[in-house]
Ligand binder design. Structure first.
Ligand SMILES: [Zn+2]
Length: 324
């Protein structure tokens, strides 16, 4: 009987579930709104339901499932599977997620943070497949990160490694959500890109003003992207600035780790050359020549599914290693 692994990506908006075969074949996927009640009991019951539905609908049985992996917003302890207090899951405080899901499902359950699983997904089945070492930046409301070296997630002594959104790129720079100043996240997240657009707003001549009816509070990443694609000089400038900050973060990681590939995940990574050509130029100008030339800089290979596929991959890896 073929064995399978379950991945569940738990977000504030959606719960995504996937079944992946031991042979790395993606068997099935589903996505369901997290719902109004984001409390731990309701969400954990819903995840168990999503899993059993997907298993049944694909003619499988729970006895075929080796393990399940859960990706959750941090902070957390990945070894004990306890999720502390994610800002976008109201009512969660020190929830023993791995233990509770194990009780509900009767199989080994593992928990990892959402950026680490996205990184592992890209390493396992995405743009990082076949590479020995990769660095992943996840670009969204914030900037997350993950690092795989020698085929293993780099976690650090306390499990807090790879917070790449909080690389300092500017002394006394913008205030970041973490309380520090000048973090990459404050410049290169979608929120940071909007801040860049707001900063020059008053003097800017841009069709964004029309698109936002003059109100910079209506700015969204997608609007800036659309204006840039249409050739709006200000929107192109905002994209360029964002890509330079990202390139600086990327150059630091390339100098630090000499990775084989560096991958951008998340909605913004679909911006193609608007982002990637400037990132590559900035890397070439700021990192050492040998590692900069060596490192391939790529968009995610799994689109929006890096996280959920990575949950399954991470769970399989930990199950096989008897690792936590
Ligand atoms: Zn920060």
């Amino acid at each position: 009987m073929n064995k399978v692994i379950i991945g569940v990506d738990l977000g504030g908006t959606n719960i995504k579930t996937a079944i992946v075969g031991e042979d790395k074949k993606i068997i099935a996927k589903s996505s369901q709104p997290t719902g109004e009640d984001t409390g731990p009991e309701a969400v954990m019951n819903l995840m168990a339901q999503c899993i059993s539905d997907l298993i049944r609908d694909n003619g499988l049985e729970m006895s075929q499932v080796l393990a399940a992996g859960f990706g959750a917003p941090g902070p957390m302890n990945w070894q004990t599977g306890i999720v502390f207090s994610p800002p976008n899951l109201k009512g969660w405080k020190d929830v023993p997620l791995a233990e509770e899901m194990q009780k509900r499902l009767g199989i080994p359950c593992y928990v990892d943070n959402d950026a680490n699983v996205a990184c592992y997904g890209e390493y396992w089945l995405g743009a990082g497949q076949g590479a020995d070492s990769i660095v992943v930046f996840t670009l969204g409301t914030g900037v997350g990160g993950g690092i795989v070296v020698f085929g293993k997630l780099l976690r650090g002594i306390d499990g807090t490694a790879a917070e790449l959104g909080h690389l300092t790129v500017q002394r006394d720079g913008r205030l970041c959500g973490c309380g520090a100043r000048g973090c990459l996240e404050a410049y290169a997240s979608v929120t940071g890109m909007i801040r860049t657009a707001e900063e020059g707003w008053d003097k800017a001549e841009t069709k964004l003003k029309q698109m936002c009816k003059g109100d910079p509070k209506a700015l969204r990443g997608k609007l800036i992207y659309d204006a840039a694609v249409e050739g709006d000089a200000y929107a192109l400038h905002v994209f360029h600035e964002t890509a330079v900050w990202l390139g600086l973060g990327a150059a630091s990681m390339i100098n630090a780790l000499n990775p084989e590939r560096l991958i951008f995940c998340g909605g913004m990574s679909n911006a193609g050359d608007l982002l990637f050509s400037t990132v590559r130029e900035t890397v070439m100008a700021n990192a050492f020549e040998v590692p900069a030339k060596r490192c391939q800089i790529l968009p995610a290979g799994l689109g929006n599914d890096s996280g959920v596929i990575g949950c399954a991959g991470c769970a399989l890896d930990r199950y096989l290693r008897k690792d936590g």
